[in-house]
Design a protein around this ligand. Structure first.
Ligand SMILES: Cc1cc2nc3c(=O)[nH]c(=O)nc-3n(C[C@H](O)[C@H](O)[C@H](O)COP(=O)(O)OP(=O)(O)OC[C@H]3O[C@@H](n4cnc5c(N)ncnc54)[C@H](O)[C@@H]3O)c2cc1C
Length: 340
């Protein structure tokens, strides 16, 4: 076995027999193992399986750290290689370009732990935990407060960053604090006030540093204030009702990213799109959902570019009819081309 390269003491690239075997498993892609962690950074990993639209090209580099140390090592590696970092939760609010993403995509999907503290009523959870799973778990324990979140198919990190919400509640209402990893590798704990929440947004979204470089803070864990000691049957009942309501009113049977546009107060984006006559409108495999016009669904074989063109078409039509500019809630990342 030939070890071809050592980047300081951070990583080692296996480049011969072992790499050949890896290559056979992974096509032409490379793997970089970070020393002293069980972290493997892979090249050219398709992201379509990691986004709820089921579209998107490959990440130039991809890693899914299993603990905080491995996450810190990944960020450090990106810094030494001058790679931009993009954080991926459950990919349930992301439209990734068909051309893929440059830099290092860090998935939080394996950052998992949760602790319900009955003394304080606080739930402390790692960034990669699933929000709907937590809602069910809390309900079974008789902890009130997360019932609204049962239909939001994201991670804790994504929900904290997006200020996810439903049924007149949102993350900002219950967040005690979030731990974030700063670009320099240090950890900071922020309160909800420090995060600066408003409707479906927070200061944690795509912050730029004073030098103009992306200054992404990665949420590593969060603490929520819940209300323990409630009859589990009651909390489960409300949770089930919320789930049922969503299944009846939103298209969960096709891949989507939930609501595509923010609601432009006092209007609901879905109502405006429906009144513009766009329900069912289709570009390629992307369609304005018949059940809820603020959803775009992948009817099969959609490309990210189909979804992107449909988003632009909706914006154009709604602007023409109502003189209202619909602002996307979904995050579009990578390169997209506006049709001439
Ligand atoms: C069927 C369906 C229904 C939905 N319903 C709702 C709803 O009712 N209400 C609602 O608010 N949303 C809804 N959504 C949208 C989505 O689930 C939420 O926005 C969710 O909070 C996104 O979480 P995620 O983990 O998937 O984040 P991703 O989509 O992976 O990422 C979203 C953004 O957060 C960043 N990010 C993710 N994790 C971290 C982290 N740990 N640290 C720093 N940045 C991070 C990403 O870089 C990206 O900019 C729905 C989506 C679907 C598919």
């Amino acid at each position: 076995m030939k070890i071809s390269q050592a980047l300081g003491n951070v990583c080692t690239v296996f480049d011969s027999i072992t790499e050949k075997q890896e290559r056979q498993d992974l096509g032409d892609s490379k793997i970089i193992y970070l020393k002293d962690t069980d972290c493997a950074i892979k090249s050219q990993v398709s992201l379509s399986a990691f986004t709820s639209y089921r579209v998107g090209g490959a990440a130039e580099w991809y890693v899914a750290p299993r603990n905080l140390e491995a996450l810190q090592a990944s960020v450090e590696y990106a810094k030494t290689q001058d790679l931009g970092v993009i954080v991926l939760g459950a990919g349930s609010n992301l439209l990734v370009s068909d051309r893929g993403l440059p830099g290092l995509v860090i998935s939080t999907r394996h950052l998992r732990h949760s602790h319900f503290d009955p003394q304080t009523g606080q739930l402390t959870v790692a960034a990669g935990e699933s929000i709907p799973n937590l809602a069910w778990e809390a309900a079974k324990l008789g902890w009130e407060g997360l019932e609204w979140a049962v239909g939001i198919p994201g991670t804790v990190g994504g929900a904290v960053v997006m200020n996810a919400g439903a049924h007149h509640s949102c993350i900002a209402d219950m967040l005690v604090s979030a731990q974030v990893l700063l670009p320099d590798g240090t950890l900071e704990t922020l309160t909800a006030d420090q995060i600066g929440y408003s409707y479906r947004t927070s200061s944690l979204q795509n912050r730029e540093s004073s030098t103009g470089n992306p200054c992404q803070r990665i949420v590593t864990q969060a603490t929520f204030q819940l209300q323990p000691g409630i009859d589990p049957a009651r909390v489960l009942q409300v949770t089930k009702e919320h789930k049922k309501h969503r299944l009846n009113t939103q298209p969960y049977n096709f891949p989507s990213c939930g609501s595509v546009f923010r609601n432009p107060t006092p209007y609901a984006a879905g109502w405006l799109i429906e009144q513009t006559g766009l329900k069912g409108h289709q570009i390629g495999g992307a369609q304005v959902a018949l059940l809820h016009a603020n959803f775009i669904v992948n009817r099969g074989g959609a490309k990210a570019s189909d979804i992107f063109c449909l988003i632009r078409h909706i914006q154009q039509q709604v602007q023409e009819h109502w003189s209202i500019c619909l602002e996307p809630e979904v995050k579009m990342i990578g390169e997209f081309q506006v049709a001439a």
